[in-house]
Design a protein around this ligand. Structure first.
Ligand code: ZN
Length: 127
């Protein structure tokens, strides 16, 4: 086994971490769609101070048209790129591609968090 093998194994390991993230984040998209639906429902019923309602109102104040249809379309179209994943929440809510910042949470535990600096969403990836 030479240095080339080690390099290849390291690359494969890094690749699988990113692949795990891509599928984990893709699973978040329908959940973010559900949040938008709850947020719109809260707004419609005058519950303006819930977390989900505030997220919808903030997006609207920034000029985004937030509708159930658009959020659903975006949730279906959400496709994170390996190593350059964008925030599913920002994407589903207002079609913005904000890159997630990946941080290893605890060395040796394989836990990583992905955080969006724009909306403060945080996703944890446990193997
Ligand atoms: Zn975000």
């Amino acid at each position: 086994m030479g240095p080339d093998d080690e390099e290849m194994r390291a690359k494969a390991a890094a690749g699988s971490v990113h692949e795990r993230w891509v599928s984990a984040l893709a699973q978040q998209a329908p959940l973010e769609f559900a949040r938008v639906v709850y947020g719109l429902g809260d707004c419609a019923h005058g519950r303006l101070d819930t977390t989900v309602a505030l997220a919808v109102r903030q997006a609207q104040e920034q000029g985004s048209q937030v509708t159930r249809e658009r959020a659903e379309q975006r949730a279906r179209a959400y496709l994170p790129v390996l190593g350059r994943a964008h925030c599913p929440r920002c994407w589903v809510l207002h079609g913005a591609k904000n890159l997630l910042q990946m941080t290893p949470a605890r060395a040796g535990h394989g836990l990583e968090t992905a955080r969006c600096a724009h909306c403060d969403a945080e996703y944890v990836n446990a193997p």
